[in-house]
Structure formats: C-alpha cells, structure tokens
Design a protein around this ligand. Sequence first.
Ligand code: PDD
Length: 284
Amino acid sequence: MSRTVYVNGDYLPEEEAKVSIFDRGFLMADGVYEVTSVLGGKLIDFAGHARRLARSLNELDMKAPLTEDELLEIHRELVARNELVDGMIYLQVTRGAADRDFAFPVDAEPTVVLFTQSKPGLADNPVAKTGIKVISIPDIRWGRRDIKTVQLLYPSMGKMMAKKAGADDAWLVEDGKVTEGTSNNAYIVKGGKIITRQLGNEILHGITRAAVLRCAREAQMEVEERAFTIEEAQAADEAFITSASAFVMPVVEIDGATLGDGKPGRVAARLREIYLDEMRKAAV
Ligand code: PDD
C-alpha cells in the first residue's frame, strides 16, 4: 500500500510527491530534520521535537515555515491517513529551491516534507533484551552537531563500518572521549551512576536524552554529565544509547570487550521501562 506523504501543504501518494532538483537540501544538505516516534497511534514527546526543530532553524537563519500547532496537525493527519499504529514520522525542512549559489537565497520558500515509517511493535524490539554491540570510530563530523542537519553521510559510513566489523553501531570519539553514537546519545553506568556527555556543540541535544535523564533523576538515580573514554566504557557495569526510535537500548559490547556478563544491565532495562511508561502517558 502506498503511503500518504506531506509536501509543502499537500497530502499526496508517495509516488506523486516531488521536490525540485534545485532544492538546497538536495544540493547542499541545507536542511534540518526531526524524527518523532508514534506508539499506539500517538506522538511521543512531540513538543520536544518541535522545540528542537525551531532551534535548528533559528541557528541556520531559516524561516520557520509552520507553527507548532500546524506541525502537530500535519503529524496527526499523517498518522490518521496512514493508519499508523507504531513507527516514526520523519520531518524535513530545507531552505528551499534556488539557483545554485553558496550564498543563502533571499526569496526561497522553505521545502517541508513529512512521511511515516511503520514499525509494528516498535517498543517491543527484541534487541532490547539482548543488547547491541558497538565499535568506536573517529568523530570527523563538523563542529555544530547540536543542529540536526541532514548531513548524514558520515553517520551512514559509521553504520557501515560497524556492520562490516560485525557490530550494530559505532560510537564516535573526539580528543579521546566519546561524543555520541552515529544516531543516538551514549551512556555508561558505573556503581549505579549514569554518566553521559554534557551538552555542547559536539553532540545533538537528544530529546530522548532529556526525558531519560529527567526520569532517572525522578527515580532518585544519580546522573553525571561528563565525557568518558572508550576504556572507561569498557570497564563500566553497563552501557546504553538513547534515541527517538530506539528509546533506551542496552549496549553489551564495545570494541570487542564484553560489558559485565554480556547481558543488558538492570539500570538500562529499568530506564527503558520508566521512559516508555512516562512517554506513553504523555503522548498526544
Ligand atoms: N537520530 N545523536 C545523533 C547524532 C542523532 O542523530 C540522534 C537522533 C540522537 C538522539 O536524539 P533524539 O533522542 O532526539 O532522537 C543523538 C534520529 C533518531 C535519526 O537520525 O533517525
């Protein structure tokens, strides 16, 4: 069955949706995006994603094409038209189409595209019971990773390097410290304390990260926001990642070193449960 997607004000069958070859998202990766999960037909932390989208647009001097209410309406309409139960909604805003020039165009209208991805049983992913393996690779991305741009070539290459090495994902390392995963934030747990890199331009300010840390603090878990090395991670009791689509996902192996007994840790499992519980309650 063909999906219904959204392009610049229209709901269309995916085969009919078109964007200009002059679109700066296509030519220059001049665009930003968000991925919002849907569980039971409802949006998880929509407000958080809308807030970060506004920030990304602002940091790049791009016009906000729609209000938060209008965006919510489109998300809901896509869920309804596609009968989406569990999955994700991808949203992309680019600076629009203009004759190719490095300077930003003055009169281009932003291009807005949204589509759904159905993932039945997204929250019951069996991998959460076994955990994932990660490798480490150098972080050679640009210096404004706090802006959620569509420049995803290196993260894609990182996933391929992981796959080639028989792992599931890669953690990126800069100046000897882990920044984040290719498409997720990275955490370790030592002596019950949850350690994750502090916010800055070096990492994406994960919406899941914010919610998970809030859940952890509310559950009286200790949280320390600082950078850590791969060696420290390998010696940790547990590790995990967070993202809108993976929620809280345990990591059981880092660069070939098994963590603890090789099974997902208790802290990660508990956080996943609390996070999903809280988020389902607040879903819109
Ligand atoms: N990725 N760090 C990076 C580099 C990311 O690409 C992502 C999200 C995150 C986690 O952010 P959040 O919790 O807001 O999803 C951290 C999305 C899911 C993606 O590209 O598909």
